[in-house]
Design a protein around this ligand. Structure first.
Ligand code: CTP
Ligand code: MG
Length: 227
């Protein structure tokens, strides 16, 4: 039997940088929560067999399970860091080691079906796995503690990582099993094993909602998509 595809959505963060009264994944984006939009973006892909949404154990805002497609399951196993939440979510999967897991931030509601399909198509036969990312377009500066430029960094080989990040369940479990200090995304955990994840072109609309101004942009794009 061929391998299956699963998704884990880390949604246990507090949204400190955005600074809203509720965690950002519960903010409204044109009539539905950001989390709901993100889950719907994943469900558009028929190859995904299951979507595990990781929320905090004490999260009373998690939506009722029944509102979603039967592929969706909420798990109150979120941890102190994103990597902890992802590691706990992967353990919730009913998956074999050779199956694929796509980890996608709850805070990226703008993922298109096209970009999601592209990731699966391009990484589906890769020995390591890969992630959506964008080539860095701006000139990049390094700075000192005073906010003054000390160097211009060659952007030729620089990409900004997005999600989903797609790896085999067994490999990701191994990568996340030890000390998780300094692990920001799944790819960085895989890199620590000495492996090189494949970069697949993402899209600008798949940015992460981090600050209050990002929310306005996300709402505007959702409206445009619905029009
Ligand atoms: N996340 C998580 N568990 C954590 C921290 C983050 O599941 N302990 C999730 C967030 O809910 C989000 C994704 O990881 O969907 C990306 O994290 P980030 O954008 O940093 O979200 P927050 O941690 O909520 O925001 P902030 O860092 O501003 O507090
Ligand atoms: Mg965070």
């Amino acid at each position: 039997m061929s391998e299956r595809y699963h998704a884990v959505v880390p949604a246990a963060g507090g949204g400190t940088r955005l600074g809203a009264p509720v965690p950002k994944q519960y903010l409204d984006l044109g009539g539905d929560s950001m989390l709901h939009r993100t889950i719907d973006a994943l469900l558009a892909e028929p190859r995904l067999a299951a979507v595990v949404v990781v929320v905090s154990p004490d999260d009373l805002r998690r939506p009722a399970q029944g509102r979603f497609d039967a592929r969706v399951r909420f798990a109150g196993v979120g941890g102190a860091t994103r990597a902890d939440s992802v590691a706990a979510g992967v353990e919730q999967l009913d998956a074999r080691a050779e199956d694929w897991v796509l980890v996608h931030d709850a805070a990226r509601p703008g993922l298109s079906a096209v970009a999601l399909a592209r990731l699966i198509d391009e990484v589906g036969d890769d020995p390591v796995g890969g992630l959506l990312a964008m080539p860095v377009a701006d000139t990049v500066k390094r700075c000192d503690d005073d906010g003054r430029v000390t160097a211009t960094v060659d952007r030729e080989q620089l990409w900004a990582a997005q999600t989903p990040q797609m790896f085999r369940v067994g490999l990701l479990r191994q990568a996340l099993s030890g000390e998780r200090l300094g692990i920001t995304d799944e790819a960085s955990a895989i890199e620590k094993l000495g492996l090189r994840p494949r970069l697949v072109r993402g899209e600008p609309a798949n940015f992460k909602v981090t600050l209050a101004e990002d929310l306005q942009m996300a709402a505007a794009l959702q409206q445009k998509g619905a029009a």
